[in-house]
Design a protein around this ligand. Structure first.
Ligand SMILES: CC(C)(COP(=O)(O)OP(=O)(O)OC[C@H]1O[C@@H](n2cnc3c(N)ncnc32)[C@H](O)[C@@H]1OP(=O)(O)O)[C@@H](O)C(=O)NCCC(=O)NCCS
Length: 165
């Protein structure tokens, strides 16, 4: 498969498809590590209406990757310095889509807030290796808050944003 990947901001009409992609990935790779409280909290966060509300709030933005007219992956940033979600559909894993989403979302965040020095994220157990490849490092022990298990990670941004890059 060599279909091209396009990246764009999420529109309100994408919320159902985005939610479906995230919930499917969650069920497959993450839910097994969580208790019922954590699963319910995540599902509330990933509800289509919740995506629509957050994307209109100004504190959040969602970038989507499209392949052949399908949403293949998404990332959600909060406050331009925190990766709230990064999910790629199983059929599209290991094709560079998470890296493409993260790089573009980071550039978008830094274009509106150039002084961002550090990006944080709370990874699933499954995601840790991929995030290390993207440049994140674990900043503390695994934690559980409201039933959601996560590994705190962060990336320091050493270089200023290249305006031509
Ligand atoms: C984690 C996830 C987002 C990675 O998406 P992806 O598109 O397959 O990642 P990429 O192809 O962009 O890979 C980025 C780097 O991570 C590495 N990588 C990706 N998945 C990996 C895995 N399961 N184990 C080890 N390394 C992995 C790639 O080899 C690549 O490294 P490289 O560029 O040095 O070769 C995807 O597996 C996923 O959606 N998982 C389920 C949801 C999840 O756990 N999300 C994180 C919590 S919010």
């Amino acid at each position: 498969m060599s279909e091209s990947i396009t990246y764009r901001m999420m529109k309100p009409a994408d919320a159902e498809e985005v939610s479906e992609l995230v919930c499917t990935g969650f069920d497959e790779f993450i839910a097994g590590d969580l208790d019922a409280e954590g699963i319910a909290a995540f599902r509330r966060y990933a509800d289509p209406e919740a995506f629509r509300e957050r994307s209109g709030s100004g504190s959040y933005f969602v970038l989507v990757a499209e392949v052949g007219g399908r949403i293949a992956g998404i990332t959600e940033f909060r406050d331009r310095n925190h990766v709230a979600l990064l999910f790629v559909g199983k059929d599209f894993h290991k094709r560079g889509i998470a890296r493409g989403l993260f790089d573009r979302a980071l550039r978008q965040a830094r274009s509106t807030q150039p002084d961002v020095e550090r990006v944080t994220m709370n990874s699933s157990r499954f995601g840790v290796k991929a995030y290390e490849k993207l440049g994140f490092r674990q900043t503390g022990p695994e934690r559980s808050v409201n039933g959601i298990v996560f590994v705190p990670m962060a990336m320091r941004l050493d270089r200023p944003l290249d305006p031509d890059g």
